[in-house]
Design a protein around this ligand. Sequence first.
Ligand code: FMN
Length: 321
Amino acid sequence: MVNTSKRTLDVTLFGQKYFSPLIQAPIGVQSIFNAEGEKGLAEVCSRLSIPYVLSTAGSNTIEEVASASNDGLRWFQLYWPSDDDITISLLRRARQSKFSVLVVTLDTWSAGWRPLDLDQGYLPLLNGIGTQIGFSDPVFRQKFKQMHKKEVEQDIPLASREWVKLILSDSPQPWERLSFLKKHWDGPIVAKGIQHPEDAKKAVQVGFDGIIVSNHGGRQLDGAVGSLTMLPSILDAVGTGTPVLFDSGLRTGADILKALCLGAHAVLIGRPTIYGYAAAGKDGAEEVIMGLLADLDRSMSMTGITGFGESHRSAIMPRPS
Ligand SMILES: Cc1cc2nc3c(=O)[nH]c(=O)nc-3n(C[C@H](O)[C@H](O)[C@H](O)COP(=O)(O)O)c2cc1C
């Protein structure tokens, strides 16, 4: 008999109010799902007031996506290049294009072993698809020309390999190097891909403004622990004061509600929107987002929850050990 007739999906992140806890996860190479690529999905997210996270592996440029997103909320995901000049250039472009939050992916310093893709030789990034952020970068272009005495467009396979070597370099940056990013980015910086309480504590200690608990959708390390399993202990380790976001495996409003009840401050949605986008273009993506929001809202009503300002962990039954 709790009055849930007035519900709000609002959340506050980094001092800013967001109309819902949903964020579009960074998904690389969106042109393989729809010819409009990142631009189409960014446009949908902008229309629905959902923050859009642009992947470094975008098939449109930073500037094109900013223009499609118009006055929408947009965050930039960094696959941290091994070349500092190029990193600085990417950050400068993202800031100039009004991307407000930097998401640094820490779980993928090299690509995972994917037998299905390897069997079929399916690696779009090595064929100039999903490399557009690099290919449009003035510093990358200049260095490529200096090294190979030709333009990127004259040898796409070589330029692709050079770009992929930079962003999936297999050389993790040490924690202390967050100071370098902070020097070149004046907004919040979020660590994506945290799966262990000790890493979460370290991320906060070195100065990340938020973390995303994620196992990359289980797409990189085979057999990685489920992210939801780790969420409570990571929240306990981090304590209050640092936003903890969550992704990997959320498919329904009830799924989202469980993550929020456990204590996540917001959630990222990856494949559901992409499936909608691939199946039915912008209308399909919009349908998925609207459905998730409606489902979340209805699930709140079912659970007796009117908002996310306070903890609802007691609404979740612990898993019997
Ligand atoms: C096709 C595909 C491409 C992805 N590309 C990126 C990427 O470029 N950068 C990144 O940080 N995460 C990437 N991810 C991971 C997502 O951001 C997210 O962590 C993951 O999909 C979990 O959410 P989901 O279960 O809702 O899909 C990708 C995921 C998919 C499915």
